[in-house]
Design a protein. Structure first.
Length: 94
């Protein structure tokens, strides 16, 4: 299952059930939500096969308005890997 990168405690991993509001009524529902109960660190993970036009728009909006990092995974089986990390504007260091 893995550990929180901040405090190394075990993750609480859930299949994402709720939409994440980005802006102006536009929302995205990533595949998985990772939460650490010890330090409150959260992450979202999304598995992508084919990138649609609407996904590309939501990806841009996530970079501006997302609540936490979004890790984008691609591939199959042993070739599954993170291909992109979307860091919201509020989390970027100036």
């Amino acid at each position: 299952m893995g550990h929180c990168p901040v405090c190394r405690a075990d993750w609480n991993v859930e299949r994402q059930k709720k939409n994440v509001k980005l802006t102006a009524g536009i929302a995205m529902r990533p595949d998985f939500f990772f939460e650490c109960f010890k330090c409150d660190h959260i992450e979202y993970h999304e598995y992508k096969g084919f990138e649609t036009a609407i996904y590309k728009l939501k990806k841009k909006l996530w970079k501006e308005h997302g609540p936490a990092k979004l890790y984008v995974w691609k591939g199959t089986g042993k070739n599954l890997k993170i291909v992109e990390t979307l860091t919201p504007l509020s989390m970027r260091k100036e």
